[in-house]
Design a protein around this ligand. Structure first.
Ligand code: B16
Ligand code: MG
Length: 218
């Protein structure tokens, strides 16, 4: 049996935390007089907390001192953590567990590759921590997606060559990061946004076991 590395993004792939990020960023942006739309939120997917705030400030033509910037990032995270406080297994996206269990049954290495600094906490809340062989998140990298660092680190930790890794991503920045890492990118979400991915599926209910089996065999 061949061994491939299966690397999952977290927000938007395993759980739908994008809606909570949106609420927290909107509250913050509005509090400093900046409008914030769902379209703008789309551009923050897969983007680190720091870069997200930089983008919001640029959209609103606002500059802050370093101290204020740090305070706003902290405030956003406190609000975000409040929104996710009651998250549970019911918020795992459809068929994610089915695919993870299939991969575990086939003894395929599984890693998480997320920009979020809250990744471990979220995986614990939804009771999925044990399914991952390794986790690389926003605390472990210095360069944000589309830089491939997060996925290359994940491949290294599970001991699989990047060319033998498959990445599931819901953000354009993440798909670009996977491509730059020379991995097979699979977009989960809107194909017009994720057109740079090797394949795109609306969600995991569209990803068949046959498809996964073929990825392993290749
Ligand atoms: P945090 P992913 C990303 O997670 C989110 O898509 C993005 O919207 C968020 O800003 C980023 O994590 C940082 O999250 O504030 O929790 O550190 O999609 O890479 O799993
Ligand atoms: Mg994501």
């Amino acid at each position: 049996m061949k061994r491939k590395g299966f690397i999952f993004d977290l927000d938007g792939v395993i759980v739908d935390t994008a809606k909570y990020h949106f609420l927290a960023w909107k509250k913050l942006a509005n509090s400093i007089g900046i409008d914030f739309s769902e379209t703008q939120n789309e551009q923050l997917k897969g983007v680190s907390r720091k870069q997200s705030l930089e983008k919001i400030l640029a959209w609103g033509n606002k500059t802050l001192s370093e101290k204020e910037f740090t305070q706003l990032m902290e405030r956003k995270n406190i609000d975000y953590l409040n929104y996710i406080t009651n998250m549970g297994e019911n918020e795992i996206l459809p068929d994610v567990v089915k695919i993870l269990n299939y991969l575990i049954g086939q003894q395929q290495p599984i890693a998480l590759g997320s920009a979020s600094k809250n990744a471990r906490e979220i995986l614990a809340k939804v009771n999925l921590l044990k399914k991952f062989d390794d986790i690389v998140d926003g605390n472990d990298v210095t360069k944000a997606k589309p830089d491939p660092e997060v996925f290359l680190k994940a491949a290294d930790q599970i001991g699989i060559n990047p060319v033998d890794c498959i990445v599931f991503e819901d953000s354009l920045a993440g798909v670009q990061a996977a491509n730059l890492a020379n991995m097979i990118s699979i977009g989960i979400g809107d194909e017009t946004i994720l057109s740079e991915a090797r394949w795109v599926f609306k969600d995991f209910t569209e990803v068949s076991i046959d498809f996964i089996e073929n990825l392993i065999k290749k």
